[in-house]
Ligand binder design. Structure first.
Ligand SMILES: NC(=O)c1ccc[n+]([C@@H]2O[C@H](COP(=O)([O-])OP(=O)(O)OC[C@H]3O[C@@H](n4cnc5c(N)ncnc54)[C@H](O)[C@@H]3O)[C@@H](O)[C@H]2O)c1
Ligand SMILES: O=P(O)(O)OC[C@@H](O)[C@@H](O)[C@H](O)[C@H](O)CO
Length: 539
C-alpha cells in the first residue's frame, strides 16, 4: 500500500506497477525556486485547476521550458486546502480517460503551495502579499466560477460582503473580488509592477468581467480616499496591467467513486472523495477527458511562460472571443446545460447515458447545429461544426467520464445569460434572423422553469443543485402543481422571463415569452409530460 504523499514518491516500483506516471523533474529544486521568485499564482484551487492548468505547468517544467511551479490560492472554500492540499503535500493524481476506456494516470507536483486567501489566515495572507510584491510574478490565473466575479445581486445592489469591502478599503477585504483588488493594491504600492490577471472561467468576455469588478472596487476606494487615484490609473494602463480574455475547454467532472475504487485496487490509500461544507466535490485525484482546448489573448506585460509549447493557443482578442462564443455560447456549454436540466427532470445520473436517449440527443443536435451555428463566427483555429461533432459523438458519450447532469445544473441562473441569452440577443439584433424562429432554446428555458419546481417527470421531488438564486427563483413557481391549468402563468413567470440579468434580454420584449410559457404549460400537464413535450418538439 502507498499514499499520494511526497514520502512515497520515491517508491518508484509501486507507482510503476500501478501504471502511474511520476513527475519527471526535481520537485525540491522547483519548490525552492518558486518560493524565492514566484512567476504564477492561481486563484480557485478546484478540480479544473488541478486537472488542467497545473498539468500544463508540469508539461512545461518537464520539458525544461519552465523552472518554477504554480502557487494555488483559495478565496472561498478553505476546506479544499485543509483536506485536499495539505494532507497530500499539494500533490494531485490526474486520471485521464478516452472513450475506449484507456486510462492515463499521472502525479502532478507542479502545485508548490496551497494558500488560504483571507486575512483571518494571517501567515497565508502575508505570504500572498509578498508574492504580489515580487517583481518576478508574471501572471495570476482564475477558475473561481462565474459567480466569483459578481459584485451585485439581482436587484443591482452591492452584495453585502462587497459593500463592507467598499466601506473598509483594502485593509480587511472579505469578498473574493475585494481580496483580489487588495492584493493588486499591494502590487501597486510595491512600485506599480506589471502583471497579467487571466480569468479562465466560462464567462463571455471573462477578462472584461474580471477587470470591471477589480476596477469598480478600486474606483470606489479612490472616491472615498481609501486608495490613491493613481491606483485606478495603474489598473487602467494595459501596458502595465492586463486582463487577457480566454476560452478554456476540458470536461472535468466531479471525482468518481469508480475511479476511486480503481485507484484503491492499485494499492493507493486515502483516496476518499469529500464534499465540503461549501459544496465543492473534490478528492486527492481528478478524473477528466483527453480533449482539451485553451485559447488565451497574448497580452502579458511582465512576460509569461511559453504556454504555446504545452498546446495553448496564444492569440489575439478577436480569436479568443470567437472561440469562446463557439464553445460557451453555442457549441458545448448550452448543450451541456440542456442535458443538465432535462437529465435532472428525467431521472438521469450521467451525461453519457443521456446522449443515448434519442430525444435528448436530437435536442442538443438542434440547439448546436441548427440554432447555434447560425450565430457562430468561425474562430479559424477550431472548426465549429467539427467541434460540435466531437462534443456530441465522442466527448459527451464517453462512459469513462462520469459527468452528471447534477454537476452541470449547478449555478444555472448564472449560466443562462451566457449559454442562451447571448444567442437570443444575437438573433433579436440580426437583420437576417428571426428570434421567433428559435424553438429549442425556448424549450430548454421552459425545462428550466419546470426544473425550478423541484419535481421530476415522475412526480417525485428532487434536491436542486446549488445556485445562488435558487430560493428566490423557486418562489415564483410556488403553488404550481402538476395536472392543473393556470390562466395567469405568463404573469407569474414574468419576474423570471423579463429579467435581463438572467437572459441578457427581456424575453417578453423580444417576443419569446409566450413560446416558453406554452412549452411550460405542456410540461406541467402531469406525470410524464416533460418527456411528451420533448418528444413532440424534437421529433
Ligand atoms: N470543470 C470543468 O469541466 C470546467 C471546464 C471549463 C471551465 N471550467 C471553469 O472553471 C470553474 C471551476 O470549475 P471546477 O471544476 O474547478 O469547479 P470546482 O467546484 O472543483 O471548484 C470551484 C472553485 O471555485 C471556487 N469558488 C466558488 N465560488 C466562489 C466565489 N464566490 N468566490 C471565489 N471562489 C469561488 C471554489 O472555492 C473552488 O476553488 C467553472 O465554473 C468554469 O467556469 C470548468
Ligand atoms: O463548469 P461550469 O459549472 O461553468 O459548467 C459545467 C460544465 O458545463 C462545464 O464545466 C463543462 O464541462 C466545461 O465547460 C467543458 O469545457
Amino acid at each position: 500500500m502507498f499514499e499520494l504523499k511526497r514520502k512515497d514518491i520515491s517508491k518508484q516500483d509501486l507507482w510503476q506497477n500501478a501504471n502511474i506516471v511520476l513527475p519527471q523533474f526535481d520537485i525540491e529544486k522547483v519548490k525552492s525556486a518558486t518560493y524565492q521568485d514566484p512567476i504564477w499564482l492561481h486563484f480557485g484551487a478546484g478540480n479544473i485547476f488541478r486537472g488542467y492548468i497545473a498539468a500544463i505547468a508540469q508539461d512545461l517544467i518537464e520539458r525544461g521550458e519552465l523552472d518554477r511551479g504554480v502557487i494555488a490560492a483559495e478565496l472561498f472554500d478553505y476546506e479544499i486546502i485543509d483536506k485536499i492540499y495539505k494532507p497530500y503535500d499539494n500533490l494531485c493524481l490526474v486520471v485521464t480517460s478516452d472513450a475506449k476506456g484507456n486510462l492515463e494516470k499521472r502525479v502532478i507536483a507542479s502545485i508548490i503551495e496551497g494558500l488560504k486567501c483571507d486575512k483571518s489566515f494571517e501567515a497565508d495572507w502575508q505570504r500572498l502579499c509578498r508574492i504580489f510584491e515580487s517583481s518576478t510574478l508574471e501572471l495570476v490565473t482564475f477558475t473561481i466560477t462565474e459567480k466569483g466575479y459578481n459584485l451585485f445581486d439581482l436587484k443591482g445592489d452591492y452584495l453585502p460582503a462587497v459593500k463592507e469591502d467598499l466601506e473598509n478599503g483594502p485593509q480587511s477585504p472579505k469578498s473574493s473580488m475585494g481580496k483580489v483588488a487588495a492584493l493588486a493594491y499591494v502590487r501597486y504600492k510595491s512600485g506599480r509592477k506589471p502583471i497579467a490577471y487571466v480569468s479562465l472561467d466560462n464567462c463571455s468576455k471573462n477578462g472584461e468581467k474580471l477587470q470591471s469588478s477589480i476596477v469598480q472596487i478600486a474606483k470606489e476606494w479612490a472616491k472615498t480616499g481609501l486608495v490613491e487615484e493613481d491606483f485606478v490609473e495603474y489598473l487602467d494602463d494595459s501596458s502595465v496591467v492586463s486582463f487577457p480574455w480566454s476560452m478554456i475547454d476540458k470536461i472535468v467532472p466531479r471525482p468518481s467513486e469508480k475511479i476511486k475504487e480503481l485507484l484503491e485496487k492499485d494499492g493507493l490509500e486515502n483516496m476518499d472523495i469529500i464534499c465540503t461544507s461549501k459544496n465543492t466535490y473534490i478528492a486527492p485525484f481528478v478524473n477528466t477527458e483527453k480533449a482539451q482546448y485553451l485559447v488565451i489573448e497574448n497580452n502579458f506585460p511582465n512576460g509569461r511562460p511559453p504556454l504555446e509549447r504545452a498546446g495553448v493557443f496564444m492569440t489575439d482578442r478577436k480569436t479568443v472571443e470567437d472561440s469562446e462564443r463557439m464553445k460557451v455560447q453555442t457549441c458545448l456549454n448550452p448543450l451541456h446545460t440542456a442535458l443538465a436540466i432535462f437529465g435532472c427532470l428525467l431521472g438521469y445520473k450521467t451525461i453519457y447515458e443521456e446522449v443515448k436517449d434519442e430525444h435528448l440527443k436530437r435536442l442538443i443536435e438542434k440547439i448546436g447545429y441548427d440554432e447555434g451555428l447560425r450565430v457562430v463566427v468561425d474562430p479559424k483555429i477550431i472548426n465549429p461544426r467539427e467541434y460540435i461533432k466531437e462534443v456530441i459523438e465522442e466527448r459527451f458519450p464517453n462512459p469513462y467520464i462520469p459527468d452528471t447532469p447534477q454537476r452541470i445544473a449547478t449555478d444555472t441562473s448564472q449560466k443562462m445569460p451566457i449559454r442562451f441569452g447571448e444567442t437570443i440577443k444575437a438573433y433579436a439584433e440580426s437583420p437576417d434572423l428571426d428570434v421567433k424562429s428559435l424553438r429549442y432554446i425556448p424549450l430548454v428555458i421552459a425545462g428550466w422553469l419546470r426544473y425550478l419546481m423541484c419535481i421530476d417527470d415522475e412526480g417525485k421531488t428532487f434536491e436542486p443543485s446549488p445556485d445562488p438564486l435558487i430560493l428566490e427563483l423557486k418562489k415564483h413557481l410556488e403553488g404550481i402543481v402538476l395536472g392543473k391549468e393556470y390562466e395567469d402563468l405568463e404573469e407569474r413567470l414574468r419576474p423570471i422571463l423579463a429579467n435581463e440579468v438572467i437572459f441578457r434580454v427581456d424575453l417578453f420584449k423580444v417576443g419569446l415569452s409566450q413560446k416558453v410559457v406554452e412549452y411550460f404549460k405542456e410540461m406541467i400537464q402531469g406525470i410524464g409530460a416533460v418527456r411528451k413535450t420533448l418528444q413532440k418538439y424534437v421529433s
